[in-house]
Design a protein around this ligand. Structure first.
Ligand SMILES: *Cc1c(COP(=O)(O)O)cnc(C)c1O
Length: 354
């Protein structure tokens, strides 16, 4: 076949997710999934679903889910937007809000999808270096720009900035949309959600994939002023007006209401994280101050890539990024206590062999 079609087609550089190996007997600490199952209320709800209703289209407004979320966040329904995973919410937000002549700004080390979307949509962008401590450099965002996006806590560094620092960025950027991707905020950082009332250009994005233990369901949320949410809805309805399937809407509604279970599993993850950070530091690792369900580590004498390969031979998967500045770091998701003990045991084994 002729390859002529290629010159008429879109050029893309896709995002590469962490491996999803098929084997059962492995310790999977490479994609920041929750080690615990979702709320038991999700299972009960799933068992009661009336399958005959699936012949109908889902509610395009996701009315019940949106009401449950507005209740949880203490905002109005018109201030909530839902999408198929926060990746879709992010894709629609880039499409909706980043369309000017000036470059948008995001950290040079952050969630790699931002770069992918900026390239896909041909958005002018500039990557702002993190400071020496791997933190977001607040003052570097007080310059002319066409929009700002960052994750807080940041990924893969695991480090958070405070709400005051976010407000500092907002004060200097009143005429562009500022997106704060709070995928990991429930694991110990402060949310900027309350600032949406004061800053109508702020969009906060949450996901069910991490703290709600529902990565397989694909549910993401944006919270912002009515103006921003209405525009996001308009863009969504210019693309695909039925993004959330009927089953996901129902399961996500019961999941957000089970606050007690959510608190229990997030505090368990935080407790395990504290233990793992202490143990890794004892082994000589430099461990960033994590506010997420993963740790970001480096060692003065061990090569991250070699340790990554070694662990993989024992079916322990962690994440290695072959990228500038972070190519001697590992990102390790927090699993159960037993999984983390296995990880530590194998790291000790590796160290005795060096
Ligand atoms: C995991 C993650 C997402 C994507 O979450 P989904 O809701 O599963 O699409 C978005 N942003 C950051 C920073 C993440 O780590």
């Amino acid at each position: 076949m002729s390859e002529g079609w290629k010159s008429h087609s879109r050029k893309v550089t896709p995002y590469v997710p962490g491996e999803q190996p098929k084997s059962q007997n492995l310790i999977k600490l490479n994609t920041n999934e929750n080690p615990y199952p979702p709320s038991p209320k999700v299972e009960a709800c799933l068992r009661n679903i009336d399958v005959s209703r699936l012949r109908l289209y889902p509610d395009p407004q996701a009315t019940e889910l949106t009401a449950a979320l507005s209740n949880y966040y203490g905002v109005e329904c018109e201030q909530v937007f839902v999408g198929n995973g926060s990746d879709e919410v992010l894709a629609l937000a880039f499409l909706a809000f980043f369309n000017g002549d000036k470059e948008i700004l995001f950290p040079n080390i952050t969630y790699s999808f931002y770069d992918v979307y900026a390239e896909l949509y041909d958005i002018k962008h500039r990557k702002v270096p993190l400071n020496e401590q791997f933190e977001i450099d607040i003052n570097a965002y007080k310059v002319e720009n066409g929009g700002i996006i960052f994750s807080n806590p940041n990924a893969p560094t695991s480090i958070a900035i405070s709400v005051e620092q976010i407000e500092d960025i907002l004060k200097a950027n009143r005429d562009v949309v500022v997106i704060v991707d709070e995928a990991y905020v429930d694991f110990g950082a402060e949310s900027a959600v309350d600032l949406i009332h004061q800053y109508h250009n702020l969009l906060v994005i949450h996901t069910y994939s991490k703290s709600r233990a529902l990565a397989g369901l694909r549910l993401g949320v944006a919270i912002g002023s009515k103006e921003l949410i209405a525009h996001l809805e308009a863009v969504k309805n210019s693309f695909n007006s039925y993004p959330i399937d009927m089953i996901a809407q129902e399961l996500a509604t019961v999941a957000i209401q089970d606050v007690e279970y959510f608190k229990r599993i997030t505090s368990k993850v935080i407790q395990t994280r504290t233990y793992v950070m202490t143990e890794l530091r004892k082994l000589g690792f430099t461990v960033a101050d994590s506010k997420t369900n993963f740790v970001f580590v480096t060692h003065p004498t061990l090569l991250a890539k070699d340790l990554f390969e070694f662990l993989k031979t024992y079916q322990i998967y962690v994440r290695y990024f072959d990228k500038p500045f972070i190519d001697n770091h590992l990102r390790i998701s927090i699993g159960t206590d037993e999984e983390m003990d296995q990880l530590l045991k194998h790291i000790r084994m590796y160290m005795t062999r060096q």
